[in-house]
Design a protein. Structure first.
Length: 202
């Protein structure tokens, strides 16, 4: 395990993954190896694979909040806010004072809210564009001679409305880019060794 972790610390994730996979052939019930596999895959932005490894680690050591923490970051990388929230809550049931999980839960709730706001704004913009197009076509049919002036005027109105909506959205949605405030994945360090006596499958 020490060699695997050394490779991880040196940023040699392929070597770390190779060692972990070989170790799992010998001891497939060691949750630590699945954990470091997940974090290494996250460093390579392979979040779907990382989620699968983190789930396996949690399955082997369901009472470890730190392994849920790895799963949370994997979902975070994939921006699957709902499943990230579920993983946070499960981990916090085991350790309600886990600061990392509490922070991620707070950020995830904000991301879910912002996603809803984004969908609302997008719907409004689409409605404005659809209304503008309908009015344009209607005016085009009614008066071909004055159509150019009306089309320009209508375009300006619709464009101004869209700009105003987005201005309000970014001005007052304080956490619209809150996922940029999350703990960077470069700071994720796998918890290895801590559970080796209890969850190493021996």
């Amino acid at each position: 395990m020490a060699l695997c972790f050394n490779f991880f610390q040196d940023g040699k994730y392929d070597e770390c993954i190779e060692i972990a996979n070989k170790a799992l052939l010998i001891n497939p019930a060691n949750s630590n190896y699945y954990n470091i596999l997940s974090v290494s895959l996250q460093r390579q932005y392979k979040y779907e694979e990382a989620i699968a490894m983190a789930k396996k680690a949690v399955e082997l050591a369901p009472n470890s909040p730190d392994l849920y923490q790895t799963l949370v970051f994997a979902y975070d990388g994939l921006q699957d806010w709902k499943k990230e929230k579920e993983a946070c809550l499960k981990g916090l049931q085991l350790n309600p004072k886990n600061q990392t999980l509490l922070y991620q839960l707070d950020q995830t709730n904000k991301n879910i809210d912002n996603e809803k706001k984004s969908n609302i704004i997008l719907t409004i913009v689409i409605l404005f564009l659809a209304t503008g197009f309908f009015l344009f076509r209607n005016q085009q049919k009614q008066n071909q001679q004055t159509n150019n002036f009306n089309a320009i005027e209508l375009t300006l109105i619709v464009s101004s409305a869209i700009y105003f909506l987005y201005f309000l959205f970014f001005k007052y949605s304080e956490y619209i880019w809150s996922w940029n405030l999350k703990i960077p994945h470069s700071e994720i360090v796998p918890v290895v060794g801590r559970f080796s006596n209890e969850h190493d499958g021996k």
